[in-house]
Write a protein that binds this ligand. Structure first.
Ligand SMILES: Cc1ncc(COP(=O)(O)O)c(C=O)c1O
Length: 418
């Protein structure tokens, strides 16, 4: 590392270092959310009820989809979506290796097998070309199904992930799915609100799961939403989200409810509380304003980093609207004397929170033990992962916060040019 400030223009305006830690993410909660939650707390009905129902209706209207089912996580929505499609032992599901484990663990819950696929270099989204290659190389059409040449497993579904909020090439993935008789379950944990060609993610004709986790672009603390136009899928997800007991079971203690219920199947406890839903309803009204702020932050970062060839900034494809849940930069390690870990440490020393999204799933002990993936099956993920750093991008960041992130990055780069 060179000495601090070597080669820096001494007349350039100096942004002071931070004297407090800037968290990587913060929820954007206003008095309106607090009042809405307080009203529920005072109401006497705090679990799933009228607020959850209203949240579902408002969310469905916003996305432009027939049904929205409020759940306590995106993981639950993904699990119930696959369950409703009948994914079971002996089945296989393709997904991106650059994602959070929740995307794949739901396949494992059902006793099915995950087959990870490499990503596109520009967006780090599931690559339709690689999906096509994997299907052609590893699966054969037998007895009306696509079966894995070695395991005999039946290929059933693809789970795309809109990495960081940049939509996947859904037209290409939907075409592959149609050609091979596969279902798509869309992991839109990062993609609210995002769209492609003017069509909103969630309204593309495939069952979709959104996340309202604390760091997400709409938060209910923990929460998620399942969306679909398919009446039967929505009914199954609703049933299985509350113990598999008959419709409107949540009403059984309400004045107009009935004590009688029937257990139709062994379901799960995945319902969203009214406390969380009240928070979500206010957040939904603010979801575009919050996105606009993140978009403005991304523009500041783009401009500031344009003069730093040591960094590659995320690019947005023409015709795609990005949710900007993440702002992942890639380090040009050949131009730097430090690696990603040291870069992260320098950010931490300068009180800037950062993250890495994601350690590729094929490298994780559970999946590599279970499936024995070879790194050369994932050349893009293997090359890009060691260069990735996610910078803070959230609507509560002030102009000064953004400036201090930019200044910290410029200083680290300046001190560590190769
Ligand atoms: C891509 C992706 N899918 C699914 C999830 C799971 O979301 P939740 O925490 O709401 O279950 C996450 C959470 O971070 C995620 O990043």
């Amino acid at each position: 590392m060179k000495g601090p400030g070597v080669g820096r223009d001494p007349t350039a305006s100096v942004v002071p270092r931070r004297d407090t830690h800037l968290p990587f993410a913060l929820p954007d909660i206003t008095d309106e959310e607090i009042q809405a939650v307080t009203a529920v707390l005072r109401s006497g009905w705090i679990t799933t009820g009228p607020e959850a129902k209203a949240f579902e209706q408002e969310f469905a209207r916003y996305i432009g989809v027939a049904h929205a089912v409020a759940l306590n996580s995106c993981t639950a929505a993904l699990h119930l979506a696959l369950e409703a499609l009948g994914i079971e032992e002996g089945d296989e599901v393709l997904t991106s290796t650059i994602t959070f484990t929740a995307t794949a663990e739901v396949t494992e819950y059902l006793g099915a097998r995950s087959r990870f696929v490499d990503v596109e270099r520009d967006t780090l989204n599931l690559s339709p070309d690689r999906v096509h290659d994997v299907i052609s190389r590893e699966y054969v059409r037998r007895d009306g199904a696509w079966r894995h040449r070695d395991t005999g497993g039946r290929l059933r579904a693809i789970v795309p992930v809109h990495y960081g909020g940049h939509p996947c090439d859904m037209d290409a993935l939907l075409a592959i799915a149609a050609q091979h008789d596969l279902r798509i379950v869309d992991d839109a944990a990062h993609a609210l609100p995002a769209s492609l060609g003017g069509r909103r993610i969630g309204a593309l004709g495939c069952p979709t799961a959104f996340s309202f986790y604390a760091t997400k672009t709409l938060t209910t603390g923990e929460g998620g939403m399942f969306c679909t136009d398919d009446d039967a899928l929505a009914d199954r997800v609703r049933l299985m989200s509350l113990h598999g007991i008959s419709r409107d079971a949540w009403k059984r203690y309400a004045a107009d409810g009935s004590w009688f219920y029937e257990v139709i199947d062994a379901g799960y406890k995945y319902n969203l509380t009214d406390i969380a839903a009240a928070l979500g309803r206010v957040q939904l009204r603010r979801v575009e304003a919050m996105r606009d702020r993140r978009q403005a932050i991304s523009t500041c970062y783009h401009r500031a980093f344009a003069s730093l060839p040591e960094l590659e900034v995320p690019r947005v494809r023409e015709g795609f609207e990005h949710a900007w849940h993440l702002y992942p930069v890639r380090l040009r390690l050949d131009r730097l004397s430090i690696d990603r870990g040291q870069f992260m440490e320098e950010l931490r020393r300068r009180q800037v929170g950062a993250g890495v999204h994601f350690i590729p799933l094929h490298q994780q002990p559970f999946y590599s033990r279970r499936y024995g993936y070879r790194p050369d099956d994932f050349p893009v993920a293997e090359a890009e992962y060691p260069r990735l750093i996610s910078l803070p991008i959230y609507s509560r960041m002030s102009k000064k916060d953004v400036e201090t992130v930019v200044a910290a990055i410029a200083e680290i780069v300046d001190e560590s040019r190769a």
